[in-house]
Design a protein around this ligand. Structure first.
Ligand code: NAP
Length: 303
């Protein structure tokens, strides 16, 4: 194996430690503590594990977690009311609606109810639009995490051929926008791409988020490319043998022979998502603190 392994666990730990320090400093400056609310509808076990992880991580960096749960049969109006309550709550800096929501609910419509200034997942139309326009805003956590990993490799993005495989609103599209904002030449592939192998083989930076185990093999990868594997695929116990059972979209053993750097699964992109969620929550808290300061000044001026 020739590739450097990009250690997402270690990089995420560093991001979290940085956030913890800044939360403390923010508390000293403003007397406030950022708060992150998670909203979970239903009892899907995987979603409950994700929410639990986010709650714990939040407390670990000194923020206040708010854990809101609604039954699987909650109506659109009930979830909307919960989100609107959190929008209005000044103790809450960031709101995250855990996706997917049960099938009878419209997830994107519910996400759209979250105030853009509390949208720490960066998924509301306002934040997606701001990203697309290259204006400041809250960005989706996983693509932000990938940008941190790329920075760590030292790869020069300006002018580089970057290929993103997957065009979801959650990952592929915002990832492409972030790369474009860093002046990469970006190609986005999807299920209708005619020759995926040929397009991927052009990439100096190859980012794969499809959800198909080991889709990307050695012949898809340009020698010395930086390869980021976002995919998370659970193997059956028989397929997994005695291993963890979680594999990415990239055939790690093959691709590590040709790439210059590669993320493992698990331990690559996964840990970055929560770390960047915490950073986004702090960013939202800072924005609110500035806004309230400004409003107080205006009120004082009017008095
Ligand atoms: P998604 O919404 O299902 O999107 C998958 C994308 O892959 C779609 O754009 C689809 O194309 C494309 N695709 C499907 N088959 C393809 C093929 N054979 N060749 C090329 N493209 C193909 O999934 P997602 O939410 O973006 O997630 C993708 C993967 O990343 C999943 O494994 C997910 O678990 C993982 N993920 C991980 C994290 C993390 O924190 N580590 C965060 C987000 C996602 P069409 O648009 O044409 O259908």
């Amino acid at each position: 194996m020739s590739a450097t392994i990009i250690d997402g666990k270690q990089i995420a730990a560093r991001v979290r430690a940085g956030v913890a320090e800044q939360v403390e400093a923010f508390g000293r400056e403003t007397g406030q503590t950022p708060g992150l609310a998670t909203v979970l509808v239903g009892e899907d076990p995987a979603s409950a594990v994700y929410v639990g992880g986010k709650q714990r991580a939040c407390a670990e960096v000194g923020m206040v977690p708010y854990d809101r749960r609604l039954p699987a049969n909650a109506t659109f109006e009930e979830v909307a009311e919960e989100l609107e309550g959190l929008n209005a709550d000044r103790a809450v800096s960031g709101i995250l609606l855990q996706l997917p929501v049960p099938a009878h609910l419209d997830g994107p419509a519910l996400t759209g109810i979250i105030s853009p200034d509390k949208d720490v997942d960066g998924l509301t139309p306002v934040n997606a639009g701001l990203l697309s326009l290259g204006r400041p805003g809250l960005r989706p956590c996983t693509p932000l995490g990938v940008m941190e990993l790329l920075a760590e490799t030292g790869v020069e993005l300006a002018g580089a051929e970057a290929v993103v495989v997957g065009r979801s609103n959650l990952f592929g599209k915002p990832m492409a926008q972030l790369l474009l904002a860093h002046n990469a030449t970006v190609t986005v592939c999807h299920s209708r791409t005619r020759d995926l192998r040929e397009v991927c083989a052009r990439a100096e930076v190859l980012i794969v988020a499809v959800g198909r185990a080991r889709l990307v093999r050695r012949e898809f990868v340009r020698p010395e490319a930086v390869v980021i594997d976002v995919g998370m695929n659970r193997l059956t116990p028989e397929e997994a043998g005695n291993k963890s059972g979680l594999v990415g979209d990239v055939d790690f053993a093959q691709v590590a022979e040709v790439a210059s750097a590669i993320t493992p699964v698990p331990g690559g992109v996964g840990p970055m998502t929560i770390a960047l969620l915490l950073r986004n929550t702090l960013q939202a808290a800072r924005y609110h603190a500035r806004l309230h300061e400004l409003l107080a000044d205006v009120e004082e001026g009017l008095a």
